[in-house]
Ligand binder design. Sequence first.
Ligand SMILES: [Zn+2]
Length: 378
Amino acid sequence: MQEEILKKIESYETYAVEMQRRLTAIPALSPLSGGEGEYDKAKYIESELKKLKFDSIEWINAPQAEAKNGIRPNLIARYGGRDHSKTIWFMGHMDIVPPGDMKMWRTDPYKLEVQGRKLVGRGVEDNQQAIVSSIMVLKAMMEVDYRPKYDIALLFCADEETGSGFGADFITKEHPDIFGKHDMFFVPDSGCEKGDLIEVAEKSILWLQVITTGKQCHASRPAIGINAFKAASELIVKCQKLYKKFPAKDKLYTPPVSTFEPTKKEANVPNINTIPGKDVFYLDCRVLPCYKLEDVKSAIRTLADDVEGKYGVTIEFKSYQEEQAAPQTDSGSLIVTALKKAVREVLGVKAKAHGIGGGTVAAFFPAAWDFPPWFIQG
Ligand SMILES: [Zn+2]
């Protein structure tokens, strides 16, 4: 049966390229990026799904006035298995990243170009490959009359590129009943050319804006002011203590430790002879999931309290991103070993489980489930 299904999939090349061509021609940009959302793309995908023998096709619409027809659609297509105790989900996203400077493109980003064995166009990889390949797998099963062991569902989300508030985050908050406690999730939304990486873990992300307020004065009389830049610089150096305070190591990640790095710095005074009364810089923290971001934040607050006491400044924090990662999936769990086996059989390579330094849609799913739901494989 497996042989037959794989053969079927091999025969779908023209079908896959054509679907990629149609998908590429429908830009699905978030209103935040100047687009009107995923409506047209979802309509097209639904029309393709309807040609196949899915048991149900459902729209979950997140309302957004700025989007076409006032909605950001999420599509679910289900194909029942022999045992309904769990559903295996394949998640893709319909929205794309804006193409950026059009002059930098050698081709029209919205017109698919086939260059040998390569497809070129905005969205073909991120994330239309997931949509097209998961549809092909089910089309093959349907054509050979095969019902898989467990139920399979395809979930094509909106809004992955700009925060998932109308996509995965919306669905897990507003319609949690869609998912079963024992369900498993594959998220083919990243990876490498060889296809030998399986993501099973993420670091938590914390982006902080740090605002230090002192007192501006002339640089010739520093004693009558409070140098906010100097105080902030001391805090930056102190923040390096976080590496010692949160020292856990995990070889699953590169680098294997949590990181706490000062990054962006806003301009302060325009001239050299003024003591700055205000300083703004940013911290980018990537924290191993064994630590709580709450604890990291309170450690940073303690360091800031020290600096406040020493200099007489006030230091405030504004969180730009704060995502506690779900617990990592065991590299030896059934879903990882099954995926490794499939990669070996189909691609002939040995896949490795690893963790990433950023957050994905996995963070939106309840951590209490059997398998934390991220398996990202290119
Ligand atoms: Zn993506």
